[in-house]
Design a protein around this ligand. Structure first.
Ligand code: NAP
Ligand code: ZN
Length: 349
């Protein structure tokens, strides 16, 4: 048998609505795992890519890189997982395995072949990769995560991208007791950033477009909640933060946010807007400030994040949807109408 055919939701062409289809999954290699996908999160990155917002993609495109499921079958050489294990897959399914970053477990920054994306990418076999809006996926065991028993699979799925994307910079820049951290945008990434930063002991402020979600933000663990539509926010919070994580999917005025940093503070860009964003260097040099970026996390750090979330009782706040509501969910994410992650029940595909 060369491959199996499974059901999926795909965008047939750029910007087109997603529709039900079938796709091939490769036959199990010695180190491969067949995963019965239970839940798949909808990340704003899926929408950027379906819309060709980051450049031309490969179509048909089956998005989905927040995958939670159960091992259904293992290849002859698999040692790390067994049938029935609860597992996850994030944004990549392979990398060169030989460069400095891969050897250090930072596969997301692979400088050899580059990471192989879970979808909209090309696998080792030269075939296009298809993501988690599907019933099954085949992944090399080295790129599979273990989901701790205490985290339900539906709320675990978004941790595989949104969770690690905030956990990694919060760790790298030392968010913890005594540190003032701001999270810009309370969406899928932002709400997990609030939970994780709070669990790490930092003092957390949400900077949202309005106060519409203030009550939620405080419940998630934020200490303060301010509206960025109010100019007083920028005046009163000037020079306040050690670390700002910008999760916004659109272009915003970075100079204004750099003004909120303490001397020596860092603004980390995790949101990935489709167009360049101008900055004035004076917003940096006047306070020895840093503007940085961060992309998801490597396999060891993603496992560490899942274990951290289990220890602190952290999962995503989700709205579970059937697959026929994917297009409606996309429209709602695009208008910031998400509380706080849409997750597809893949049994409805
Ligand atoms: P999301 O759920 O749509 O959240 C983004 C939030 O940003 C919104 O909820 C909204 O929060 C705020 N926002 C949206 N448009 C805005 C605008 N025009 N001006 C000001 N604020 C705005 O998206 P997500 O899934 O969290 O993803 C966010 C971004 O991160 C996307 O660009 C995505 O591609 C990127 N991403 C990057 C990585 C990485 O590794 N770096 C990983 C995953 C995703 P409020 O309503 O609170 O203002
Ligand atoms: Zn994502």
């Amino acid at each position: 048998m060369t491959h199996t055919t499974v059901a999926a939701y795909a965008a047939p062409s750029p910007k087109a609505p997603l529709e039900r289809t079938t796709i091939p999954r490769r036959a199990l290699g010695a180190y491969d795992i067949l995963i019965d996908i239970k839940f798949s999160g909808i990340c704003h990155s899926d929408i950027h890519q379906v819309n060709d917002g980051w450049g031309p993609g490969t179509f048909p495109m089956v998005p989905g890189h927040e995958i939670a499921g159960v091992v259904a079958e293992v290849g002859s050489g698999v040692t790390r997982y067994a049938v029935g294990d609860r597992v996850g897959v994030g944004c990549f399914v392979d990398s060169c395995r030989e460069c400095e970053n891969c050897l250090a477990g930072r596969q997301q920054y692979c400088t050899g072949t580059g990471m192989v994306g879970t979808y909209n990418s090309t696998g080792r076999d030269g075939q296009p990769t298809y993501g988690g809006y599907s019933t099954h996926v085949v992944v090399d065991e080295n790129y599979v995560l273990r989901i701790p028993d205490t985290i339900p699979l539906d709320v675990a799925a978004p941790l595989l991208c949104a969770g690690i994307t905030l956990y990694s910079p919060l760790s790298h820049w030392g968010a913890g007791p005594g540190k003032k951290v701001a999270v810009v945008g309370l969406g899928g990434l932002g709400h997990l950033g609030v939970k994780i930063a709070h669990a790490k002991g930092a003092e957390v402020t949400v900077l949202s477009q309005s106060l519409r979600k203030q009550e939620d933000g405080l419940k998630l663990g934020a200490d303060h909640y301010r509206a960025t539509s109010d100019p007083a926010t920028f005046r009163e919070l000037a020079g306040s933060f050690d670390l700002i994580l910008n999760t916004v999917s659109a272009e915003i005025d970075l100079d204004a946010y750099l003004g909120l940093l303490k001397t020596g503070g860092t603004l980390v860009q995790v949101g990935a807007p489709e167009n360049p964003v101008p900055i004035s260097v004076f917003a940096l040099i006047g306070g020895r400030k840093s503007l940085a970026g961060s992309m998801i996390g490597g396999i060891p750090e993603t496992q560490e994040m899942l274990d951290f979330c289990a220890e602190h009782g952290i999962g995503a706040e989700i709205e579970l949807i059937s697959a026929d509501r994917i297009n409606e969910a996309y429209a709602r994410v695009e208008t910031s109408d998400v509380r706080y992650r849409f997750v597809i029940d893949t049994s409805t595909i």
